[in-house]
Design a binder for this molecule. Structure first.
Ligand SMILES: Cc1cc2nc3c(=O)[nH]c(=O)nc-3n(C[C@H](O)[C@H](O)[C@H](O)COP(=O)(O)O)c2cc1C
Length: 418
């Protein structure tokens, strides 16, 4: 794969050298474009030596424009990656600016873009930076979120460049989603699923929710979001317009998928309500907290020397998929296909069937958790249940389970009145 790597002016620019090395080791071709600021951190010659190509830095470069001009460079690329991406470049991309070679290339290139932001934690937390990121994600750009830890500026917090290996994985998964190498290309059932989902609006909730206890603590759960992200990728590959409403997870957004990030169950509910009217298929794969803390403390709770116990009062959260079922029932059964997930540690099918009925869903995907399957595991073995049918899927990776789930939706569509 041909990777065009943009390096911008952050302290983590030196880590992009290792990224080039890892890409080359994995068999990819890399050409590097550096912004002016990036060259203050690392010399272009280092990237030239590691990539085996001259490094491009100037938009107006008569020598290069006679050879590999910027349009040829954009056409050469299979994927564009910007790592590290400064707050400045995120703002420019969000606004659609093209005032240097890198940002011009982004606009001139119709290949997928992956950005890996890195910056001081205060810059990262600025509402304007977060808004820029959300705008990029909404356009289907893949963001590899930064990690937490010690920063070069001496502070500790979120904003460190993601691990280089995570950036390589995100780059390769974006590309494989586009080339379709992760799915069986000539599989008849999959081709039919594509015809079925083409242009449909698919809304997927995913990941855990976090319910604040105080400004630094929350109630959460072990959901990794992998199943929902696999579903988003599979539905997008099948030609659906996919929106992911994602609780806090550090997973790259699949290519072409619109992502809305939320933290609490209430925020997830608000986002689902905003999208519901335009939705053809709603898949509730998120592990939504049933309860939240009634009154989160405004300041960090302190350990009291006299009290051995601390009681938190919890109140019920909105039942998102239950609300969707009720809306559809009130509308005489018209509305999106509703698919829920039931993650259970015991009596899997019985609990799942109860949930199917009480929440008035069309299908439920029963998900055994806690036995080396389910949460935070690469594999799954779903049991798909509707009022008329039951299908046990054999254990496989979550990408395969996601494709099978969509194929079964197609198979059973007559009963689901799609
Ligand atoms: C020592 C130093 C370190 C910097 N580190 C970062 C950083 O990690 N992330 C960031 O967004 N900006 C950082 N900046 C600020 C950017 O270099 C500055 O916003 C610049 O205009 C970015 O240009 P570019 O986006 O075209 O590369 C740093 C600046 C200095 C002087």
């Amino acid at each position: 794969m041909n990777i065009l790597l943009g390096v911008t002016g952050g302290i983590a620019a030196y880590k992009a050298l290792n990224l080039v090395r890892l890409y080359r080791k994995a068999g990819h071709e890399v050409q590097v474009v550096m912004t002016d600021s990036a060259q203050a951190f690392v010399a272009p010659l280092s990237f030239q030596a590691l990539s085996g190509h001259p490094v491009r830095t100037e938009l107006f470069d008569p020598e290069q424009e006679a050879g590999m001009d910027h349009i040829a460079l954009a056409r050469w690329a299979d994927v564009l990656v910007i790592a590290p991406a400064t707050a400045n470049v995120l703002a420019k991309l969000s606004a659609g600016l093209a005032d240097d070679l890198l940002t011009t290339l982004v606009l001139a290139c119709d290949r997928p873009l992956v950005v890996a932001p890195a910056m001081n934690r205060v810059m990262w937390q600025q509402p304007v930076t977060q808004q820029n990121l959300q705008a990029l994600q909404a356009r289907g750009i893949t963001v590899v979120p930064p990690g937490e830890g010690e920063q070069a500026c001496g502070e500790t917090g979120e904003g460190r460049l993601a691990e280089e290996t995570a950036i390589v994985t995100a780059t390769e998964s974006v590309q494989s989603a586009l080339s379709g190498s992760s799915k069986p290309k000539n599989d008849q059932a999959w081709l039919k699923t594509q015809a079925f989902l083409q242009g449909k609006q698919v809304l997927i909730t995913v990941g855990p929710t976090q319910e604040p206890i105080d400004p630094v603590r929350f109630l959460g759960n072990r959901s990794s979001g992998r199943m929902g992200f696999a579903l988003a990728q599979a539905a997008s590959e099948a030609g659906a317009n996919v929106t992911l409403i994602a609780g806090p997870v550090a997973l790259p957004t699949p290519a072409g998928v619109r992502r809305v990030d939320v933290a609490t169950a209430q925020q997830m509910f608000d986002a689902v309500q905003a999208e519901f009217a335009q939705t053809d298929v709603l898949i509730g794969a998120a592990a939504v907290a049933d309860y939240r803390v009634a009154e989160p403390a405004e300041q960090k709770l302190k350990k009291s020397p006299d009290a051995d116990e601390l009681t938190l009062k919890l109140i019920k959260n909105p039942d998102i998929i239950g609300w969707a079922g009720e809306q559809k029932a009130q509308n005489g059964g018209k509305g999106p296909i509703l698919v829920g997930f039931a993650a259970e540690t015991e009596n899997l099918e019985a609990h799942a069937r109860t949930k199917l009925q009480t929440k008035q869903l069309d299908m439920i995907c029963a998900n055994q958790v806690g036995d080396k399957l389910g949460f935070d595991q690469p594999d799954n073995a779903l049991t798909l249940i509707t009022a008329e049918h039951t299908r046990h899927l054999t254990r496989s990776d979550k990408a395969d389970q996601a494709r099978q789930l969509l194929q079964v939706l197609l198979e059973w569509q007559a009963d689901l009145k799609f």
